[in-house]
Design a protein around this ligand. Sequence first.
Ligand SMILES: NC(=O)c1ccc[n+]([C@@H]2O[C@H](COP(=O)([O-])OP(=O)(O)OC[C@H]3O[C@@H](n4cnc5c(N)ncnc54)[C@H](OP(=O)(O)O)[C@@H]3O)[C@@H](O)[C@H]2O)c1
Length: 169
Amino acid sequence: MMKVSLIVAVDLEKGIGRDNDLMWHLPADMQFFKETTKGQIVVMGRKNYDSIPEKFRPLPGRQNVILTHNQSFQAEDCLVFHSLNDCFSHFKNENTRTIFIIGGGEVYRLALASELLQEMFITTVNKVYGADTFFPDFDESLWEKSKIGYHEADDKHEADFTFWHYKKK
Ligand SMILES: NC(=O)c1ccc[n+]([C@@H]2O[C@H](COP(=O)([O-])OP(=O)(O)OC[C@H]3O[C@@H](n4cnc5c(N)ncnc54)[C@H](OP(=O)(O)O)[C@@H]3O)[C@@H](O)[C@H]2O)c1
């Protein structure tokens, strides 16, 4: 049975990005993202894909999947779907790899509305960045939340941040 998870980092206002870019450089969170999604399937919106510098995409060691309404969109070594449901249908018999929804805001919104989303990894960054794109509100009472890590601010990390795991009740 297919497993659908989501991974995101948010600031104190639930901001996730500005000007189609990330707002912080937090190597330990990037490392957590890399390790968690390694070998899995990563599903992203076309804007998120565009925001990744060309030399870093497709994200290595993972099946990259892009959602777009544009019927002629193509990207090397990526699968392209025109709805999240088409994507889920394609992977319905996938039982080894997890499908990770990796944003941005529009695609997180689609995922949170889906019954198939079972798990979330949310990093909360302890700072306000003035985002223009946000992680949607969701009903916390539907989720079992546990703290799985913490990273202090230091010379490489301008803010401290906490790693949370959410499991659908
Ligand atoms: N902090 C984090 O963890 C994190 C993670 C990821 C991204 N981000 C940030 O998030 C921002 C981008 O987010 P965003 O909300 O602007 O864009 P997005 O969700 O990355 O992409 C939106 C695009 O996805 C496609 N799309 C959306 N709904 C669709 C549907 N139902 N069917 C098919 N395609 C669909 C459309 O592409 P077309 O226009 O081509 O049709 C739409 O323009 C950036 O600032 C990025 O840095 C932050």
